[in-house]
Design a protein around this ligand. Structure first.
Ligand code: ZN
Length: 390
């Protein structure tokens, strides 16, 4: 991973290139991803031919050490867009989470909700192809239909095997105070990856092999996010006010809980929980470090899929069993308001089928909708720990 900051100078260079041919590719990124001069020319041509969007491509691995953008392509694209203005769509590399190609649209641009998913599905092994496909799909305007046509088995990766037991989660949270005191040490001594315990048997079919590869990808994503949070905490310092210190403690507690979950042989459902905790912890950390003191409250996440980003609004969700008011991200809320089930509900694989997470018994995760229905997710994990799991 690059440890370089993206400097003001580089930003100026990026803006210049975008004004010129709409494409800027960091040389180190091109080398590490095997993007050739021909690939770059193909991408430039695709961008030039795009008519429906003002398309821009910025390919660089944003380091988690970068103080301004903190590993987030979304932060970089927002910054660039702020500088350049207008209505524009940015394609980039999100290294902090997945990693994956990401599309951020600002202002009056075509809907790109499923564009990156479809492109990744069509060209999983070639990043340049993915970017070219993104340009084509945006112009064709058929991403929604194409994504609908992808079989569920190829969309949803995560198996619902057994994972963290209630007592383990409780035990993990019980040592929060100790872990918090040790944060500095934790940051220095990078944790070794743990192998699956011998009780875990890999599924045998090819499909299951793909799924377990995706389970590992999810796991790596969570590991990276929690590690990045630990490092940010290790470098950071809370403001001096009571609310800053409260927020800082929340960051420490969330970090410790997420880390504790990942130290066990966590099932995918728990790994998603660790990701949610790490995301909240990072939000608390950022609040604690803010110059103007502000109290931290967790932002509600999308009830249909806690991995969805962005602001939420309240919708009423009805299914056979119940009617509930839930927060939903923009895409899911739009589906619900049109009377449809959202297309990207968080699913796990149980046996041979995919099941919406909220129809599974995943203890506090399902009870709270991964914190969507209960702002105090840590509190819910602690108080409900005795009843978490079988
Ligand atoms: Zn959503």
């Amino acid at each position: 991973m690059s440890t370089d900051e993206i400097t003001d100078e580089t930003i100026a260079e990026i803006e210049q290139e975008l004004d010129d041919d709409g494409v800027w590719i960091d040389p180190a990124f091109a080398r590490s991803q095997g993007i050739s001069a021909d690939d770059e020319a193909r991408i430039e041509e695709a961008v030039a031919q795009t008519e429906q969007a003002d398309l821009n491509v910025v390919l660089v691995e944003v380091s988690t050490d970068d103080e301004r953008f903190q590993g987030s392509f979304g932060s970089l694209s927002a910054w660039i867009h702020d500088g350049r203005g207008g209505d524009a769509t940015y394609v980039g590399w999100e290294a902090y989470g997945a990693p994956e190609v990401q599309v951020d649209a600002y202002g009056d641009q075509p809907d790109t909700t499923y564009v990156d998913n479809v492109a990744a599905h069509q060209a999983p092994d070639d990043l340049a192809d993915q970017v070219v496909r993104i340009a084509e799909i945006i112009d064709d305007g058929n991403a929604d239909r194409l994504w609908d046509e992808v079989p569920d088995d190829e969309k949803y990766y995560w198996t619902a095997d057994e994972g963290v037991q209630a007592s383990e989660v409780l035990g993990g949270l019980g040592v929060v105070a100790v872990l918090a005191a040790l944060v500095a040490g934790v940051v220095v001594a990078r944790r070794r990856r743990r192998a699956r315990p011998t009780g875990f048997t890999l599924p045998t079919t090819v499909l299951h092999t793909i799924r377990s590869a995706e389970d590992r990808r999810l796991r790596q994503q969570a590991d990276a996010k929690v590690l990045a949070l630990g490092e940010a905490i290790g470098r950071g310092e809370p403001g001096g006010t009571a609310s800053s210190l409260d927020a800082w403690q929340q960051a420490l507690d969330h970090y410790a809980a997420a880390r504790s979950i990942l130290q066990q042989a966590a099932a995918p459902a728990d790994v998603v929980g660790a990701l949610v905790l790490a995301r909240r912890g990072d939000d608390a950390r950022a609040t604690a470090e803010r110059k103007e003191p502000a109290a931290w409250t967790p932002q509600p996440s999308c009830w249909f899929n806690p991995l969805h980003d962005g602001p939420t609004s309240e919708v009423v969700w009805r299914d056979d069993e119940r009617q509930v008011d839930v927060p939903a991200c923009t895409a899911c809320a739009a589906d619900v308001r049109e009377g449809r089930e959202p297309r990207d509900v968080l699913d796990f694989i149980e046996g041979d089928r995919t099941v919406h997470y909220y129809r599974l018994d995943l203890g506090a995760w399902t009870r709270t909708g991964y914190g969507a229905l209960e702002r105090d997710l840590l509190g819910a994990l602690r108080s409900g720990a005795g009843r978490l799991r079988r």
